[in-house]
Design a protein around this ligand. Structure first.
Ligand SMILES: Nc1ncnc2c1ncn2[C@@H]1O[C@H](COP(=O)(O)OP(=O)(O)O)[C@@H](O)[C@H]1O
Ligand SMILES: [Mg+2]
Length: 138
């Protein structure tokens, strides 16, 4: 059954440009947004960026079902979906695994904070410009 979820987006970008790989960064963002949409109903998804200690930080925050604390350390594992929601259709558990690998290659740190029933915030911290220049010159 197809049903509308009434999900909106609130985008506040204090930093609107970052030095990275466009294709892989788009892949990462697509995975995070897909998850937020998939695991939310009737709530907004917030996308924020700002500068912190010389690094660009990008947050994707949803008010969806959240992640059980006992699952949190496993969500980046290959094939992991959920220990409680066994009826998730179309959950493959590959998205965050591939996301983690892509982020590591780009020297992006990923942090996830989540509260069951409240929502999830994924934070991407980009490398300092100098670090990135060093990487690309390797
Ligand atoms: N924004 C989110 N809100 C709630 N649960 C999430 C969220 N993102 C990831 N998860 C949990 O982490 C698991 C792994 O995510 P992922 O690798 O993207 O797999 P999939 O999208 O196929 O379910 C999901 O199955 C889900 O249980
Ligand atoms: Mg996914």
């Amino acid at each position: 059954m197809v049903h509308s979820k009434r999900i909106g987006f609130d985008i506040q970008l204090d930093v609107s440009e970052v030095l990275s790989d466009a294709k892989w960064l788009a892949f990462i963002m697509r995975q995070l947004l897909t998850n937020s949409i998939k695991y939310s109903e009737n709530s907004d998804i917030m996308i924020y960026s700002h500068e912190h200690a010389g690094q660009t930080v990008l947050e994707v925050q949803d008010s969806g079902r959240g992640i059980d604390p006992k699952d949190l350390s496993r969500i980046f594992d290959k094939g992991f979906t959920s220990t409680t929601n066994h009826r998730d259709n179309a959950a493959t558990g590959m998205g965050l695994y591939l996301t983690k690998n892509a982020a590591e290659s780009l020297f992006i740190t990923i942090d996830v904070k989540s509260e069951l029933g409240t929502g999830t915030t994924v934070t991407l911290t980009f490398p300092k410009r100098n670090d990135f220049v060093n990487i690309t010159s390797m």
